[in-house]
Design a protein around this ligand. Structure first.
Ligand SMILES: C[C@H](O)[C@H](O)[C@H]1CNC2=NC(N)=NC(=O)C2=N1
Length: 124
């Protein structure tokens, strides 16, 4: 049986709670996305590693982007200037989009993976 897109009722029950937890619908496409912020690359990649292991286990994969945004709250202006002079970027942001390619939209697999991701995310 191919995987089914979520019905309207399922969206109310399963996707609404995710929207209350900073997941958003993607424009022009049946998918959800969320931005996650960390103190540094090490924390961001640790988070991605745990998701990668789960994705492999359940055979459902995120589309994601690991970018450098902002800086540690503890960083002073002069250390930020030094970082930009030395080009030391802090790749501390992870943006994740979830959709099921097989049904070209949201399925229960995206809901499950989103809930797993939220369960391991430690807000900074
Ligand atoms: C053959 C394999 O099961 C499929 O390609 C899986 C792998 N991971 C997947 N991930 C996502 N996000 N959607 C899919 O439809 C999907 N299909």
């Amino acid at each position: 049986m191919p995987i089914a897109k979520l019905t309207t009722d399922e969206r109310k029950k399963l996707v609404e709670p995710l929207k209350n937890n900073e997941w958003e619908l993607v424009d022009g496409r049946d998918a959800i996305k969320k931005k996650f912020k960390f103190n540094d690359f090490n924390e961001a990649f640790g988070f991605m590693t745990r998701i990668a292991l789960q994705a492999d286990k359940v055979d459902h994969h995120p589309e994601w982007f690991n970018v450098s945004v902002g800086a540690k709250r503890s960083q002073t202006n002069s250390s930020l200037r030094l970082n930009s002079i030395l080009n030391l970027q802090v790749y501390n942001n992870v943006e994740i989009t979830l959709a099921t390619h097989e049904c070209q939209g949201l399925s229960v697999r995206d809901v499950d993976l989103a809930n797993f991701i939220d369960s391991i995310y430690k807000r900074q």
